[in-house]
Ligand binder design. Sequence first.
Ligand code: FRU
Length: 495
Amino acid sequence: STEESLYRPNFHFTPKKAWMNDPNGMFYYNGYYHLYFQYHPESSVWGPMHWGHAISTDMISWREQPIAIYPDELGTIFSGSAVVDISNSSGFGEVSKAIPIVAMYTSSKKLGEGDNWKQTQSIAYSNDEGKTFTKYDSNPVIDNDNIKDFRDPKVVWDEDRKKWVMVLAAGDNIMFYDSKDLKTWNLLSNFGKNIGGHGGVWECPDLFKLPIIGTNESKWVLLVSINPGGPNGGSATQYFVGDFDGTQFTLDKDFETSLNNDHNFWIDFGRDNYAGVSWSNARTKDGGILMLGWMSNWHYAQKVPTETWRSAMTVARKVQLQKNENGYRLISNPVQQLASYRGEKYKKENIIISGDTKIIDTKTIDLASAEIQFNISDLTETTYTFKLENQAGEKLLFGFDNIKKTFFINRKQAGNTTFSEKFADRISIAPRTSSNQNLSGTILLDKTSIELFFDNGETVMTEIFFPTEPFETLSINSNNQDFTLSSIEINKLNF
Ligand code: FRU
């Protein structure tokens, strides 16, 4: 169908049919990366949640699997996590001698009419490496009578204390728990009231320890998704850098100072990366975590112009922690596995740009399946604008304004925007933190998405768009002033 050919992504995960939101239960085991997801199999809008399932050997090519967890009498299955219980601490592995996978999720039960839910935490285990799950017979493992938003448990192994730790979103703060057996959970502390962004409800937390690049030091990072209240409206994921002593998370002093000066700690400044959390039992060689997010935004997710399926995930990313004269920064880049899909290459150096200059068109390399790396040296006081355009005159503009020091994406004229007033109500921007006189970036292009990784991943922007026909040309312009594009390399990605 036209919908399939025009909008089904080339390399971003989508379910074959129906509604999807948050990634859930991600873990790595025995050669496979597992991705579960919030799924409503009956419809193209949100409804009673299940956990859909997909597997991959490289986090790039996914194979969808049968639904893994279905609603029950305790409620529908909201977001959560899964761990590989290597030591069989839960005892769930006893019967088959297989290493159990233990999932923890929110059972969400609607009470009467309106937006009134009872949210409790439940567990389920798998003895077949994540294919099928059996619910624990004493669910819920954490009951709740009075907290309105109480959800999205993320279980992590605390190697320093040799225990399970779980972070849970509770409206305007994160609750910390611990456990020896994944069944009995003790409340330890909470974090976040009056700290960070509070423009909306807190959701989908994650907690992990990361080495600081180039040092022997490590810090703990807490991710908190928030909706609404993102930097460009709607849903987004903020982060906090600090320490975790086994009981309490406290902000690092330097981080706290920068946070109080201006709150610019977002995993991604674009409008379409939400609810992302890390894979359990997986790290990069240099200690980075691996994650992906839901590539949409609650502001308009249920109205985007696809009917067969709705929503895609971002590309999988490696996330590291950097500290320099500007303070702490999470650095995100596409996972290295993406490079093995590179096909034809177009590469040019020292191109003189004057006026609107076409760089490439789809006849040379398909611009709906491409990875672009560029470098501009000796930045001047101007705006560098990239433009993707089609025959219908639709265009997506993005780039860097070196007067305001902001990156931007402008999808106002990028095709169909009328399905929601909020979709193209503004140009999205992200402040630049690096003061480097050279600007480098990686651009990932699919049929309906752009992912921008500037300054080696120091600032990231992800957004979706819906052109009525494919974009055909990529050009660049800098307010009609001449400049030299030091290098550009475009790789076709083959899937
Ligand atoms: C985040 C979220 C979670 C919740 C799930 C429900 O997008 O609202 O907090 O568990 O979606 O589908």
